[in-house]
Write a protein that binds this ligand. Structure first.
Ligand code: NAD
Length: 320
């Protein structure tokens, strides 16, 4: 079994690669893994066990047909994480998001067809559905993205579906809720707040802090992806979530406790433009494949804080 992981040097992709190489996925204990990653500001080879005998790292761009043609032949599956991933960055410059996420996905799919790759797992997000005040989304909800990031991911989902219909490529799409865990770039809410609080710095809380997110530990997301890769079906979409809904204000208070900091560090800032109020997923479909989240939120958050506390060398070079 040979698996190509695009974006495998980022937060979620690197977890998936480490777990696969550590033998955590049944049937894939001997899998050879190729990480194909451009190493943007978000990619870091320090997230990977470079030198592992079953790991090959290739620095490359998913928009580069020649680079993909040199790498993809011989792979059984592509797990596609590579993307521009930060909503706030998309608000100030949407072009890289459309370029990497939409055109990059289209090129990757075309190259997968040309290279005769059997299966492509396209990793997407619940943000493509927009915002929901009550209830939850199933996989048939219309796509109503509100940010350039989520619009680019929605575009990539449609491109992925079209590759299945047009070329008969076995493409499976997943839409996951917010992830947290170790190795997440400190531009994102949880690691930003942890690393600020550990240094006694203020944490910028958007608006009234009532925005609700459904949080899933990165290990559970990756386990669900593996389930879709092994038991999912071509052309299908699978929501992945935890059912754990937490407001940004609640998260902030929990992190303050875990970091031993003071609530005076909360700094209210103007709300994010077009800020989605709430995301909530119906996960019956992936549950039927056998998925149950295993990391309890309180434990996962505590171990995440511990990881950032114990690994300042991973994140402090990125800060002043
Ligand atoms: P990340 O920003 O940490 O990592 C993205 C990786 O993609 C980086 O290593 C980067 O170098 C690489 N990359 C970017 N553009 C590339 C290109 N053109 N060619 C090759 N590599 C490129 O992101 P993440 O948080 O690990 O997210 C991974 C995927 O999961 C994304 O597709 C994202 O939309 C999706 N997702 C993320 C979350 C979340 O909470 N973080 C939730 C649901 C879905």
């Amino acid at each position: 079994m040979k698996v190509c992981v695009t974006g495998g040097a980022g937060f979620i992709g690197s977890h998936y690669v480490r777990a696969m190489l550590a033998g955590e996925y049944a049937g894939y204990e001997d899998a050879e893994v190729t990480v194909f990653d451009l190493l943007t500001y978000a990619g870091n080879t320090g997230n990977l066990p470079i030198g592992h005998e079953r790991l090959t790292f290739v620095q490359g761009d998913i928009r580069d047909a020649d680079a993909l043609a040199a790498v993809l032949p011989g792979h059984d599956a592509v797990v596609h994480f590579a993307a521009e991933s930060h909503v706030d960055r998309s608000l100030v410059g949407a072009a890289p998001f459309m370029s990497s996420n939409v055109l990059g996905t289209q090129q990757l799919l075309d190259s997968a067809v040309a290279a005769d790759v059997a299966t492509v797992l396209h990793v997407s997000t619940d943000e493509v559905y927009g915002s929901i005040e009550s209830g939850s989304w199933d996989e048939n909800e219309p796509l109503l993205p509100n940010s350039p990031y989520s619009a680019s991911k929605a575009g990539s989902d449609l491109v992925a579906r079209a590759a299945w219909r047009t070329h008969g490529l076995d493409v499976r799409i997943t839409r996951c809720s917010n992830n947290y865990g170790p190795y997440q770039n400190i531009e994102k809410l949880i690691p930003l707040f942890i690393t600020n609080l550990l240094r006694g710095r203020p944490v910028p809380l958007y608006g009234d802090g009532r925005n609700v997110r459904e949080w899933l530990h990165v290990a559970d997301h990756c386990a669900a992806l593996q389930l879709v890769l092994t038991r999912g079906r071509a052309g299908e979409i699978y929501n992945i979530g935890s059912g754990v809904e937490v407001t940004n204000a609640q998260i902030t208070h929990r992190l303050i406790e875990l970091c031993g900091a003071d609530t005076s560090l909360i700094q209210r800032v103007a709300d994010r433009k077009g800020h989605d109020l709430r995301y909530a997923l119906d996960i019956s479909k992936i549950t039927k494949l056998g998925f149950t989240p295993s990391v309890e939120f309180t434990d996962g958050l505590r171990s995440t804080v511990d990881w950032y506390r114990d690994n300042p060398s991973w994140w402090s070079p990125a800060t002043d």
